[in-house]
Design a protein around this ligand. Structure first.
Ligand SMILES: [Zn+2]
Length: 90
């Protein structure tokens, strides 16, 4: 399980405009990875920590989620991973 670089228990109301944790599947359809996405109020881009479902390397970075399909790139295997059915969870 990936964890963001902050404690979910310490989040103040209004501090984040977006928080989402989602499972990621490999090409066999097995859930082997996970991504945690968040956006702080005032930030331009979303930030993420991800365990790649293909190579299992954990990476983190920023991503602009302005146009679908939403994708994040793995720093380990350089695959572009599509995020399906992204919905807001506050
Ligand atoms: Zn990878």
């Amino acid at each position: 399980m990936v964890n963001p670089p902050f404690s979910l228990k310490d989040i103040k109301p209004g501090e984040f405009t977006y928080i989402s944790r989602r499972k990621l599947e490999n090409k066999e359809g097995e859930t082997t990875g996970e991504v945690f996405l968040w956006k702080r109020a005032g930030d331009e881009n979303h930030s993420f920590v991800m365990q790649c479902p293909y190579c299992l390397v954990e990476s983190e970075g920023e991503v602009s989620l302005k146009r679908r399909p939403y994708r994040v790139r793995c720093a380990g295997c350089n695959r572009s991973i599509t995020l399906k059915r992204l919905k807001d969870e506050k």
